[in-house]
Design a protein around this ligand. Structure first.
Ligand code: MF3
Ligand code: CO
Ligand code: CO
Length: 255
């Protein structure tokens, strides 16, 4: 199996789906506040995506029971939206949206905060966002995938944080998860070479404490930190262009 090079028609389809995923992540921000449940947010996400002619990809994906992943505090990723998880002041939460529009996938996530958070916690979030940015800056033809993880890993560790290595970014577009696996911790100049038309995610998960992941035995999904310290994550879907990159899920003109 090789890394798919998307054609113009596929790129256009994935661009549209990615825009919708990015827009969904934008509008959900209005609803993220103290006292709401993560299930309530998931329902809004599900309806917004359906209202725009698309499907939320997580629902029933390998048995996942909800339409988005919502991961507060010590949950690294794959948090299952629940009526029992109520957002409270000083929480941090990652919301991860994946859309299927006309058969094409777009995947993006970001952090939200509830009320005031400490400078220390804000720093974790800022460093994680910068890790994604550093990874994106490595995207250009002929560069190696390993350089994404090389620069992310160095930066996160220089700030005293650890990088989750048990979950990775991934090729995306025709399917939810395609080749290659995009490591967020890697050796310089290792791995496959980027080529125009490749589309993949970069989605670093950065921890305050240990990097190790624990999967909930009961639900089989929820991935938490082993020490229950905080974890943050940002994700974009990125196209390799002839000259560099296009961030397909960027709807606010950050890139
Ligand atoms: N959106 C996640 C990712 O970035 C994958 C979630 S799989 C699910 O790859 F089943 F939990 F939805
Ligand atoms: Co992803
Ligand atoms: Co995602």
């Amino acid at each position: 199996m090789a890394i798919i090079i998307k054609n113009q028609e596929q790129i256009e389809g994935i661009r549209k789906s990615s825009k919708l995923a990015g827009q969904t992540l934008q509008i959900i921000g209005e609803y993220v506040k103290e006292g709401v449940t993560t299930e309530y947010l998931d329902n809004i996400i599900k309806e917004y995506i359906a209202d725009h002619g698309a499907i939320a990809a997580p629902l029933n994906y390998n048995g996942f029971p909800k339409s988005s992943c919502i991961s507060p505090n010590n949950i690294i990723c794959h948090g299952i939206p629940s009526k029992d998880i109520i957002l409270k002041p000083a929480d941090i939460v990652n919301i991860d949206i994946t859309t299927i529009l006309d058969g094409y996938f777009g995947d993006t996530s970001k952090m939200f905060t509830i009320g005031d958070i400490s400078d220390e916690v804000q720093n974790l979030i800022d460093v994680t966002k910068h890790c994604l940015n550093l990874g994106i800056q490595q995207v250009k033809p002929k560069n190696s995938f390993g350089n994404i993880g090389y620069f992310i890993g160095n930066y996160a560790q220089s700030k005293g944080f650890s990088v989750v290595y048990e979950f990775c970014g991934h090729g995306v577009g025709l399917k939810f998860h395609e080749e290659p696996q995009v490591d967020h911790l890697a050796r310089k100049n290792s791995g496959a070479e980027m080529k125009p038309g490749m589309i993949f995610t970069i989605e670093p998960m950065i921890n305050q404490g240990k990097s190790k992941v624990v999967i909930d035995k009961n639900d089989g999904w929820t991935a938490t930190t082993i020490d229950n310290k905080l974890s943050a994550q940002y994700e974009h879907t990125i196209l390799v262009t002839p000259t560099g990159f296009e961030v397909l899920t960027d709807v606010i003109g950050e890139y």
